[in-house]
Each structure stands twice: as structure tokens, then as C-alpha cells.
Design a protein around this ligand. Structure first.
Ligand SMILES: Cc1cc2nc3c(=O)[nH]c(=O)nc-3n(C[C@H](O)[C@H](O)[C@H](O)COP(=O)(O)O)c2cc1C
Ligand code: SF4
Length: 503
């Protein structure tokens, strides 16, 4: 069978503007976001989790340094990584579910303000997620995790044609299943039990038999609102509600959401909770504070929401007074690859994962600007409906010409780049100052994403790896001691500390 991702695409040719031409560029022109805020330019760094927080969700010096380096490139907007709104253990993911997180977040705000010289507007992405467990050892699964129900006993009795299994003691059932062949397992387990065995236990927002899932509509607006209040208290310029990818709110918006409590099924019902959370956030932070939404222009999974849904949701969000919409694509669990035993399923694998972070190994369309048509269609519908809400697009954007073209054609209002900015956080500044030829260009082969998948400190393979750590005591290394933790520094040629060819 022919793989859909067989063509290796070259990086798009880039001709960089002079300083004067950059000064006239749309990408470097200001934009109003919300009632009061102006971003100095339409360059944008979307959320990227670098796995640098403490295990209990606090800001570390590595987190500060990560954002400081992005701030030095002086993008118009920098969005801090997905940050958990609940006060629950979430590994080294930033958290904002309690006031004790505010001081660290405030330090982050101050760092970005100082290192961008006040030029960069800083938003924080806030999210909720439901439980996803690692893929278990089969022995442990059958010994402990699998619930031995009457219905399972009944399946065994039918399959083995032996009614005694209906009364069998739990330990006998467990022992039998642990030693059973695959056909038996596939026959007697439900699809969800089989999934828990093969992929790891994963909850859905439509698992109405689970009380904590049933009550999501009751608790989430409050969690989002309190988190947004803390973001404001910490000094962020705005908050971005994470309604994209594999997480709770994207699942409410999904066409797969079959909840029968008024929060699933029709579009009107699926958008209800996301709108209620937006409304609660707005009531908490006020009209003058930026509240944006990141959501999917297309889920790219069978039976999931598509662009038609996204257009409809976008107009609803705009009508409800959201201050910007950032459109992403895919990144769902439904089609994720099977993880290794002991690892958790990762939503950026599979077809929908590919669409979220496309690589150069692609189909005929290639990865570059691949998601722009989604943002463009949503933007046109929103304008037709009479709203001026700014739209942000991202996905495989790596040159000045791409970004200018998108703005010129009215496909988006801001142009975001995640991996290209990771490869070279100074790239916006280099272009603006007329040093575009010094941009260290992302290769779009997703070494960084592989690290993210294993929850390892994210770095870029292009950051200088030839140095000997003994020669550079000031260079921080990742915890495995083998990778540079931050990109090389850069100053314009002629300025103190210049290392112009560092890239
Ligand atoms: C390491 C890494 C972490 C990411 N973390 C997030 C995240 O926390 N929230 C989010 O909405 N998107 C996240 N993304 C997706 C990016 O924001 C972006 O949508 C995607 O990489 C496509 O844009 P690009 O082609 O410019 O990289 C992440 C991407 C990478 C590479
Ligand atoms: S690791 Fe690869 S894909 Fe990721 S930012 Fe660096 S060059 Fe780009």
C-alpha cells in the first residue's frame, strides 16, 4: 500500500526583505486585539509545552529562560504553554489551579516584559483534560485494572459454552484471561476494555456513567474563570482558552460527543459548555481583558467535527465576544498510534496528529501553510456575519513571504509559527532588522515533537550540538546531559556580544 506521506518536500525558498521593506510589511504592523490591547506586530508564537515546570506545576528558572529567549525575538504575541486549570497532579506541566502558582507566573510575566523590552504581549493558554493512563503490562491489566463484571462473565460463558463461568470467582476469571489467547480476549472484552488493554485507559467527555465526567458542565466554567482571574492577577495581557486538540473542550465540540444532557449531540448543544466557560471567564476578568480561544478548524478524525462545524462555532464565539480565534487542526486521540507498554497514547501521532504538526514527509500538498484555508474560511464567515474578531493561523509557516501572502490575501490577521520559532527564536527580529539570511530554518522533521511525546525537555536539533560542555560552563544542558537546553544567543552584527553567525 502506498503511504500517504511519501513525498519529501524541500523547504520553501525564502527571499528575505531589507530592513526598510520589513518596516513596511503587514506582518510587522500593529493590530488591535480586544477592546484595549494593541500588539506591536502580527507575528505570533503559539503555545508550546517545553516540559520544564516542576513535577507539581511551578515555574522554574528553565521555564523563565525558555520564555526569555522567545521574548528576545520580540514577537507581537507570545502564548505561554497549555497550563492546567485544576489543582491536581499533572507532571511537569505548568499549573494555574491555585493562588500559590501566581508568584511564579508573575516572574514569568516580568521576565518576558523585560527581555522583549516591553514589545511582546504575553497570553497564557489554559486547559482542562480528562484521564489518560499509560498502556499497561497485560499481566497487571488482568490482575488489577480490568473490572470483572457479570457481563464479562456472561461473555465468557457464551464463548466457552460453559454456564459455570457466570458464577466464577473473580480470581478464576482473572487467571483465565491472563493466559487466554488473543481471539478469546477480543471476543469477550468490550471495545473500551480492549482499548484500555492495548492503548491504556482513556476517558471520554461522553462517559456519562462516571460522576466526575457527568459533572463537567457544572464545574468547568468556574475552573476556567478562576484560572483566568489568576492569569490577570499575575499580569498576563490575556488568556487563551484551549479548546483545541485532544482535550476536554475540543471533545465537547466534537461531533463524536454524544452526551444526552444538553451538552452533546447537536452543534448548539456541543458549543454550550465552551460558551458557558467563555461567559464565566468574561464575567471574572472583565470586558477590557483579552480572552482568546484556540480551537480546531477540522478534527481530521472519522465522524469528528469538520470545517463546517468550525465555521459555525467560530461565528458563535465571535458573537459571544471572544477577542481572537486561533485556528489549529487535528491532534486528536481517536486515531493515535498504539503506544509502547508503559507509555501513554500521544495525540500528535496518526493522521490527525500529522495535520497538527505536519512534517516535510507529506502528501502532494506538503506541510507548508497547510492549515491556512481553514482559518481563511472561518475568517470570511465571521466577517460576513459582521464581526471583526482577529484570526490567527499556524501550521508550517516558515518564511516571510508566506506570512505576508496570508495577510495580503486576507486569510488571517496574525500569522503564528511554533517550530520555526523554536528553531530560531530570534527569527522575527532578524527579519525585522534585515538579517533574514541569518535565520536558522526549521527542517520540519519533528525531532522536537518526539521529545514532547516522551515528556522530555523539548529542544531543537539545530541548536549547536557540536560544543563540548566542559568548554561552555554557561551553557545549560538538558537533564540527560547531552543536549543544549536553550538556543545559541544572537545579537545584530556590530552590537556587543554579537554572535551573528551563531545560526
Ligand atoms: C513541542 C511542541 C509543543 C506544543 N504544545 C502545544 C500546546 O501546549 N498547546 C497548543 O495549542 N499547541 C501546542 N503545540 C502545537 C503548536 O502550537 C502548533 O500549532 C503546531 O506546532 C503547528 O505549527 P508550526 O508548524 O508552526 O509548528 C505544540 C507544538 C510543539 C512542536
Ligand atoms: S527539532 Fe526539527 S522540527 Fe523541531 S524546531 Fe528543530 S528543526 Fe524544527
Amino acid at each position: 500500500m502506498t503511504s500517504p506521506h511519501r513525498v519529501r518536500h524541500p523547504l520553501p525558498l525564502a527571499s528575505w526583505p531589507t530592513r526598510e521593506a520589513a518596516g513596511r510589511a503587514r506582518w510587522f504592523s500593529p493590530i488591535r486585539i480586544g477592546r484595549q490591547l494593541t500588539a506591536a506586530e502580527r507575528t505570533w508564537v503559539p503555545a508550546m509545552v517545553p516540559w520544564r515546570a516542576t513535577d507539581d506545576g511551578f515555574v522554574t528558572s528553565e521555564v523563565l529562560e525558555w520564555y526569555a529567549r522567545f521574548a528576545e525575538g520580540q514577537p507581537g504575541v507570545l502564548v505561554v504553554e497549555a497550563t492546567g486549570i485544576r489543582d491536581i497532579a499533572s507532571g511537569p506541566l505548568l499549573r494555574i489551579g491555585d493562588d500559590r502558582f501566581i508568584p511564579g507566573l508573575r516572574a514569568l510575566v516580568e521576565t518576558v516584559r523585560e527581555r522583549s523590552r516591553g514589545r511582546t504581549r504575553l497570553f497564557i493558554q489554559i486547559l482542562d483534560f480528562v484521564t489518560v493512563r499509560r498502556r499497561p503490562e497485560p499481566e497487571r491489566f488482568f490482575a488489577r485494572y480490568l473490572e470483572i463484571t457479570d457481563s464479562l462473565r456472561g461473555q465468557l460463558a457464551l464463548w466457552l459454552d460453559d454456564p459455570r463461568w457466570r458464577e466464577a470467582p473473580e480470581t478464576d476469571v482473572r487467571e483465565f484471561l491472563a493466559a487466554a489467547d488473543r481471539v478469546t480476549i477480543e471476543t469477550v472484552l468490550t471495545d473500551r476494555e480492549l482499548e484500555a488493554l492495548d492503548y491504556g485507559y482513556r476517558e471520554r467527555v461522553w462517559d456519562m456513567h462516571l460522576p466526575h465526567i457527568r459533572e463537567l458542565p457544572r464545574v468547568l466554567p468556574g475552573f476556567f474563570a478562576e484560572a483566568a482571574g489568576r492569569a490577570r492577577a499575575a499580569g498576563f495581557d490575556g488568556v487563551e482558552l484551549h479548546y483545541a486538540h485532544a482535550y476536554t473542550m475540543a471533545s465537547f465540540l466534537s461531533r463524536l460527543n454524544s452526551r444526552a444532557d444538553g451538552y452533546g449531540g447537536s452543534r448548539e448543544n456541543r458549543v454550550r459548555l465552551p460558551l458557558e466557560a467563555l461567559e464565566a471567564v468574561r464575567a471574572r476578568v472583565g470586558d477590557d481583558y483579552v480572552v482568546g480561544i484556540r480551537y480546531l478548524g477540522d478534527e481530521v478524525v472519522d465522524g469528528g467535527s469538520d470545517l463546517d462545524d468550525a465555521i459555525w462555532f467560530g461565528v458563535r464565539f465571535a458573537a459571544a465576544g471572544v477577542d481572537y480565534l486561533s485556528v489549529s487542526k487535528g491532534g486528536r486521540f481517536e486515531d493515535a498510534k498504539q503506544p509502547k507498554i508503559g507509555e501513554a497514547v500521544y495525540p500528535y501521532t496518526g493522521a490527525s496528529g500529522y495535520e497538527c504538526m505536519p512534517t516535510v514527509l507529506s502528501d502532494h500538498r506538503g506541510p507548508f501553510g497547510r492549515n491556512v484555508p481553514l482559518a481563511a474560511a472561518i475568517r470570511h464567515a465571521i466577517r460576513d456575519a459582521g464581526f471583526q474578531t482577529p484570526l490567527v493561523t499556524s501550521g508550517g509557516i516558515a518564511t516571510f513571504e508566506q506570512a505576508e501572502g496570508i495577510l495580503e490575501r486576507g486569510e488571517a490577521d496574525c500569522v503564528a509559527a511554533a517550530r520555526q520559532t523554536l528553531a530560531d527564536p530570534d527569527w522575527f527580529r532578524k527579519i525585522r532588522l534585515g538579517y533574514g539570511d541569518l535565520v536558522r530554518r526549521c527542517e520540519f522533521t519533528n525531532y522536537c515533537e518526539g521529545l514532547d511525546q516522551r515528556h522530555k525537555q523539548v529542544t531543537c536539533k539545530l541548536w549547536d550540538r557540536k560544543f563540548d560542555s566542559g568548554d561552555h560552563p554557561s551553557v545549560r544542558l538538558a537533564s540527560d546531559g547531552r543536549r543544549r537546553l536553550g538556543p545559541p544567543s544572537w545579537s545584530p552584527p556590530g552590537e556587543a556580544g554579537a554572535d551573528a553567525r551563531a545560526g
